[in-house]
Design a protein around this ligand. Structure first.
Ligand code: UT7
Length: 328
């Protein structure tokens, strides 16, 4: 039986740093409010290019680090809410840019839980044994859908991408061990967090052009309450099912939307701060990139056999957790 094993990580963040100080010259906000409410100090912004630019750079690094030739890749899955175009998929654009001539692939989205959902998607593909070198990339150019006149949202988001290589290994004790994902709108959540424009229900016309519906809208407070409970509950569920405790869990790898939401999940898992991957202070919420970007930054601290709990919460609502045993 094959296990889906993570064998490498690559990442990319653009050079431009948008600080809280600079944001406070654009909207009515300040560093103290942003840091206290979210934990964010700064975020990265891509000045030229698109989501495929971010993703391609992360994958280039991944190929180099894992000593993989472009033609060896047989599957490319792209988690994004900011694909370059509506059609074709960003996977096609990346495939062409990087010469992944033998890979087929596609995009999908599940809000900020996209990368986590992708862990289960790629797990099923790889466990089948049919695919040998699969790339899952989380990439978002959030600045392309952020309204820099809306202080409720523009302080939150940043641009980045990170990718993992997943390969089958026979009877391995390492890899993606267990996942639990959820989708539930609770009769109204769709109105609490969305980007409406360009969807078939919100076509562009003279009226909608005047609305700001091509930007992220969020009722932060409503989402916050659900995110705290959703993320903490699902982490507890997967920990219990796999007999994980604060003593044998090496790292919590949470989606980076708000430091306070991360703290709540950490508290419930009974973990100390040093066991939580955190980079929200530097990058803000990069949507599909947050979790692999954490793996990328903490890679040197990871040890073979470490138990990792990945978790996320996002628009929809969508949420979930994944138990991964690190393989290198
Ligand atoms: O990643 C996908 C899932 N998303 C999330 O998980 C995000 C969940 N939500 C959150 O992280 C938080 O709700 C936010 C960080 C978005 C907001 O924090 P909050 O503590 O819920 O603040 P709030 O929206 O309730 O606003 C509190 C006050 C309001 O003023 P009044 O009405 O109390 O006078 C806001 O107008 O803070 C005001 N405010 C700001 N003040 C300075 C809102 N944004 C800002 C700002 N700077 N940028």
């Amino acid at each position: 039986m094959y296990k889906a094993v993570i064998t490498g990580v690559g990442g990319y963040v653009p050079d431009y740093i948008l600080t809280n100080e600079e944001l406070s010259t654009i909207v009515d906000t300040n560093d103290e409010w942003i840091v206290t409410r979210t934990g964010i100090k700064e975020r990265r912004i891509l000045k030229e290019g698109a989501t495929s630019t971010l993703a391609s750079k992360a994958i280039e690094e991944l190929l180099l680090k894992t000593n993989t030739k472009p033609e060896e890749v047989d599957l490319l899955i792209v988690a994004t809410v900011t694909g370059d175009m509506r059609v074709p998929s960003t996977a096609n654009i990346i495939q062409e840019k990087l010469n992944l001539v033998n890979a087929w692939g596609f995009d999908y989205q599940a809000g900020c839980s996209g990368f986590l959902f992708g862990i289960e998607i790629v797990q099923r593909f790889v466990e089948s044994g049919r695919y040998k070198k699969c790339i899952l990339v989380g990439a978002d150019m959030m600045s392309s859908i952020t309204n820099y006149k809306d202080r409720n949202t523009c302080i939150l988001f940043g641009d980045a991408a990170a990718a993992i290589m997943i390969e089958p290994q026979e009877n391995s004790e390492y890899g993606i061990i267990d996942t639990q994902n959820y989708c539930n709108s609770f009769g109204g959540a769709i109105e609490n967090l969305n980007v409406k424009r360009h969807g078939s229900a919100y076509p562009l016309n003279a009226v909608t052009e005047l609305l700001d519906e091509h930007y992220v809208y969020q009722d932060g407070k409503k989402v916050f309450v659900k995110a705290v409970k959703g993320m903490a509950d699902v982490v507890e569920e997967v920990m219990l099912r796999n007999k994980l405790s604060k003593d044998n869990l090496a790292w919590l790898v949470p989606h980076q939307a708000n430091k306070r939401i991360i703290d709540a999940a950490r508290d419930r898992a009974g973990l100390t701060e040093d066991k939580v991957m955190l980079n929200i202070q530097k990058y803000g919420n990069t949507t599909n990139a947050t979790i692999p970007l954490c793996l990328w930054e903490y890679e040197k601290q990871l040890k073979k056999g470490d138990n990792l709990m990945l978790c996320a919460f996002g628009a929809g609502y969508t949420w979930g957790a994944a138990y991964v045993k690190w393989a290198y």
